[in-house]
Design a protein around this ligand. Structure first.
Ligand SMILES: [Zn+2]
Length: 86
């Protein structure tokens, strides 16, 4: 009889551990989604291809008046050439 009770308690502990792990996983996923859709990292438009990119980690050129953000190095190079030729 005691063995059954110990087994039941172990199952309950395992159930809570698994539930917490699953909940933690989903909370982390929500944080990722939140960070991608605004929140701390703001979306900025690439003036070359028109794509919206998160400000954090984006390629950029700092001009005298403002900062331009780009989706990648290629777009930044295109913009740089355009500015230098103008
Ligand atoms: Zn681009």
């Amino acid at each position: 009889m005691w063995r059954l009770i110990v087994l039941a308690v172990l199952l309950i502990i395992m159930y809570f551990l698994v539930r917490n792990a699953v909940r933690g996983f989903f909370q982390k996923r929500q944080d990722v989604v939140r960070a991608g859709s605004g929140g701390s990292s703001e979306l900025v438009q690439d003036p070359v291809c028109g794509m919206f990119v998160p400000k954090e980690g984006a390629y950029f050129i700092r001009n005298a008046d403002r900062t331009h953000f780009f989706c990648g190095e290629s777009c930044r190079n295109i913009y740089e050439k355009k500015v230098s030729s103008a």
